[in-house]
Design a protein around this ligand. Structure first.
Ligand code: DQA
Length: 150
């Protein structure tokens, strides 16, 4: 079964407990299950990885380059700081959907810039946990209709 990468960055392992007024009460395990269910409807599997380390995220992208067909990424705060993750994602030759539970543009100025957006086919922000499900649907659409879009 072809797989999509669901990659989550620092502090997202604490979802459900961490600042629930911003990030909601859904846990990362619940989100991963929701993504798996949506992907399975399209005959796809998911590879879910979370790391609190920049290098761990980069290693996960490298490892997925030839073994996954698309990626959903919430890089947490590394979104706003990591040129290295941006560079790694440029080596990933499949569609990438950037996700944020909150809407970083409605928050502090330091969260307004994303190093991921220039390499993302789409960005979903502010839709909470459900944003991940939308991201899977959008990724499937990109994978299915890539040729039609050209
Ligand atoms: C986040 C937004 C980031 O600014 C923040 O550092 C996070 C989570 C989100 O999902 O809303 O850790 O990516």
């Amino acid at each position: 079964m072809p797989e999509i990468l669901i990659l989550n960055g620092p502090n997202l392992n604490l979802l459900g407990e961490r600042e629930p007024e911003i990030y909601g009460r859904t846990t990362l395990a619940d989100i991963e299950d929701m993504c798996a269910d949506t992907a399975a409807e399209a005959g796809l599997g998911v590879r879910c990885i979370q790391s609190n380390h920049e290098g761990g995220l980069i290693d996960a992208v490298h490892a997925a380059r030839h073994s996954t067909i698309g990626a959903i990424i919430n890089a947490g705060a590394y979104t706003h700081t990591s040129l290295a993750l941006h560079d790694a994602l440029k080596s990933y030759d499949h569609p990438i959907i950037e996700v944020h539970l909150s809407n970083p543009h409605a928050r502090e100025a330091v969260r307004h810039h994303s190093y991921l957006s220039p390499v993302a086919a789409a960005v979903i922000a502010g839709a909470g946990a459900q944003g991940y499900v939308h991201a899977v649907e959008i990724l499937i659409d990109h994978l299915t209709n890539a040729k039609a879009r050209l």
